[in-house]
Structure formats: C-alpha cells, structure tokens
Design a protein around this ligand. Structure first.
Ligand code: APR
Length: 238
C-alpha cells in the first residue's frame, strides 16, 4: 500500500490537468490565521460574531466599526507565499496546473507567481466606491483610518465578498469549468463549511480528488485520497 503522499506525487507527475481549490489553511503557514481552527479568527471574542462584522448589513450600519475590524484582522501586508503557494505556481509554469480556485483574499497565490487565480471571495488588494463603482487603490483603505471616501462622497470599500453578498458570476463560471474539466482536483486548507464555494467540488467528475487538510471535513468520505497534514509540508513532497 503506497504512502498517501507518494500516491499524490504520482497523480501530479502523471497529470497535465490539475486544478487546485483552497482556503484559509493554505495561508496559515504564511502567518495568516484561518477562521475556524482553534486559533482562528472566528474563535476569538468580539463585540459581534465575525460573520456579522463581515456582513453587508454590518458594513452599511456599523461602517466605522467594520473598517476597524477589517484593517486589524484581515490585512497582513508582511505575509509572504509559503511552500504550497510556490509549488502550485511552479506546476502552472510547467503547464500542468490549469487554475487555482481560492476562497482567500490575501493575494499570496499571485505573489508566488500563479497567473490563473480565481478569487471566489475577492481580494484585499482591490477596492471600489460603493456608490459610483469607481475603482480605487487598496491603499485608500489599507493605509488610511476611519471611513475612506470617494470624490463622489461614497464609501470606498474592499473588493471582498461580504456575507449576504453574491460571488462574481464570471469567476464562479470559470471555476466551475476548470473543476469540471480537471483530471486531478487538489483541495486543501479549507473546512468546506461555506457555500456556494464548497459546493463547487460537486462539479468534479474525475476519480483523483485529493483532500489535504489538518482537520476532517464533511467531504473526506467523497475524496479519493485524504491527507491530514500541513499543505506546505505535503506540497514540498510532490
Ligand atoms: N495545512 C492544511 N490544512 C490547514 C492548515 C495547514 N497548514 N492550517 C489550517 N488548516 C485547515 C484547518 O484544519 C481548517 O479545516 O484549514 C481549514 C481552514 O478552514 P476555515 O478556517 O473554515 O477557512 P475556509 O475554509 O477558507 O473558510 C471559508 O469562510 O468566513 C469565510 O470568507 C471566509 O473564505 C472564508 C470561508
């Protein structure tokens, strides 16, 4: 019986059509806490539950507090790509990885050199005016204090999908097409607890779904290979 990492190494070596689907657990080895692990953002005590503070309603009704929480807890300007990000970018350069589908908003895949990155939940590196829609540099939010304003008077907001908001249709469509066509689907660093993102896995039609996650997920039984280890360590071996 082959070691799971050896099986994964073989799947990756044999495939020219790999798709990666990841979550916050891909960035914890870069120093960015995830959400639902014991030391995750959602396990800390807040005035309101973080899922509330990261909602569209809270952004509208508690705008000052929203930006305070956002700047303190969602921005990690010093974070750098880790071994997982770097190996995925290398697989793309080798023409064997077709897309990175991520729930993360930290931009570390692009920093590592990945080019086809489908950001289901947006990015802290983009911002726009909630009133007139004009694009603004993320520094208008990240480098400032208080509620950033557009020349039109509207609030400049991060291009991040908040709770109660829809995902970008084009991004979802591209992610579905990539997953449907994938020969190998690598799923890593995600509790698969948030929909519609987690539901995209159901579009995969192959028999090489590898799930690399420190904790168990509801999809473990559906995976063809399960590895409960650190994604950075695993990706160093494949
Ligand atoms: N290697 C592998 N798995 C890891 C690692 C690691 N180094 N570090 C953490 N994990 C696992 C944890 O065990 C956990 O199951 O990653 C998973 C992270 O799960 P969540 O914290 O729920 O993050 P995620 O799945 O990305 O959350 C989805 O929820 O709040 C929303 O928009 C937010 O995009 C986020 C979405």
């Amino acid at each position: 019986m082959q070691e799971p990492a050896a099986v994964l190494r073989q799947w990756i070596a044999e495939s020219g059509n790999i798709v990666f689907f990841g979550g916050a657990g891909v960035s914890t080895e870069s120093g960015i806490p995830d959400f639902r692990s014991v030391d995750g953002l959602y396990r800390q005590t807040w005035s309101h539950p973080p899922e509330v503070m990261l909602s569209h309603t809270f952004f509208e009704t508690h705008t000052e507090e929203f930006f305070d929480f956002y700047r303190r807890k969602l921005l990690f300007p010093d974070a750098r790509p880790n071994a997982a990000h770097l190996r995925l970018a290398e697989l793309e350069r080798e023409g064997r990885l077709r897309a990175v589908v991520t729930q993360n908003i930290d931009g570390l895949h692009q920093q590592a050199g990945s080019r086809n990155v489908l950001e289901l939940h947006g990015s802290v590196h983009r911002a726009y005016c909630a009133a007139c829609g004009r694009a603004h540099p993320a520094s208008a939010i990240n480098a400032g204090t208080g509620v950033p304003r557009c020349a039109c008077g509207g609030v400049i907001r991060p291009d991040v999908v908040l709770y109660e908001e829809a995902l970008d249709d084009d991004t979802v469509e591209r992610a579905v097409r990539a997953i449907e066509a994938a020969e190998v689907l690598l799923v890593a660093g995600t509790s698969l607890a948030v929909f519609p993102a987690a539901g995209l896995l159901n579009y995969y039609r192959g028999r090489r779904l590898a799930l690399i996650n420190l904790s168990e997920t509801a999809y473990d039984h559906q995976a063809d290979l399960v590895i409960h280890e650190k994604i950075g360590e695993v990706m160093k071996q494949v």
